[in-house]
Design a protein around this ligand. Sequence first.
Ligand SMILES: *[C@@H]1O[C@H](CO)[C@@H](O)[C@H](O)[C@H]1NC(C)=O
Ligand SMILES: *[C@@H]1O[C@H](CO)[C@@H](O)[C@H](O)[C@H]1NC(C)=O
Ligand SMILES: *[C@@H]1O[C@H](CO)[C@@H](O)[C@H](O)[C@H]1NC(C)=O
Length: 333
Amino acid sequence: MNSNKVAVLGFFSVGVLLLFIIVIVQDEGKVMEQISRASQRQVKKQGEETDKKIVESPEKFGNIISATEVKKFKKGKEFIPTNDPVLIEYIRKQMVGPSKEPLTLLQSQELDQSQEGQSKRVDEILHHKTGGFYVECGAATGERNSNSLFFDGVRNWTGLLIEADPKSYDAMLMRNRHAYSINSCLSPDNQTKAMSFEVAGERGGLESEQRAGPGGKGAANSAIQCFPIDAVLRALDVKHIDYFSLDVEGLEVAILKTFPWGTVTVDVWTVEFRTFKDSKMHPGLTRERYDAIKEVFDATGLYENNGTLPAAVPGGIPSMGGLDVVYIRKDFV
Ligand SMILES: *[C@@H]1O[C@H](CO)[C@@H](O)[C@H](O)[C@H]1NC(C)=O
Ligand SMILES: *[C@@H]1O[C@H](CO)[C@@H](O)[C@H](O)[C@H]1NC(C)=O
Ligand SMILES: *[C@@H]1O[C@H](CO)[C@@H](O)[C@H](O)[C@H]1NC(C)=O
């Protein structure tokens, strides 16, 4: 054989070999593709089976809410009726029940720690009623400045404490309040959604005495779940409240506008209206909020004004110097 023939044969052999390799690699690709399709099918099938399993045996875990639902609640883009059973069940599961131990006050043993005599005024209006039900929204730690503590510790009431700030809420749980509680905010527009909150005011102390409220200064780093008051009250099947204390650093009017006046009766309200701007009481804004609260109560036709706390200077503007305004249900008086 001459060298030319050897070269041609060599090239031919290499060519055939390359062809074989290409065919094998292509086949390998096809096989891999087939395997991956099959495994995808299997995963999908397994997923369906898992879903089916959960649907078929809900009793195993109770009615656990799906991530889909929770996302819906947090996004707040979808309209969720306040009587939605899934929502109400979800709210109930966020609640903590009343303590079975004696009250544990950590800063003062005083049972009336309301800031401007709210507890005393309400107690007089209600003729020292025992065994009633309160709702305090903006409950903070459930001790300092608490309007409901007196009714818990002295009048043997139970109730519902609502606090948005997680630190204050955790501190509240240490007090053994004999009330249901929930770490959430009340929705200002009747919609279930998460809202960014900022810590308002800066008071000292070993634990957080601060209350969170939307707006204000500082950067918010977490969103708090807000529920409409109607849905929250449905979660506990509450139809009557003896005393409602509302103090949420600015959202009072918006929340009041969502209140289910037709289905839930409240005998006495104290609503904070004093308004601050740049850490100073702002007379114009305070007056505006006082008037806006009055407008909501007047529109219900159910309430009469019982003045402010502290009481207004005789002949003075009712809003000036006041912190809370008191409303009493006419049918109760
Ligand atoms: C709040 O929403 C519910 C439906 O989710 C509605 O029935 C109710 O009237 C609303 N209340 C107010 C005050 O808008
Ligand atoms: C306090 O209320 C509970 C029911 O909420 C009742 O069982 C208990 O007897 C009451 N105690 C007093 C001292 O009134
Ligand atoms: C508030 O209500 C109480 C009890 O009904 C009454 O005695 C008092 O005069 C009222 N005060 C004002 C300022 O309306």
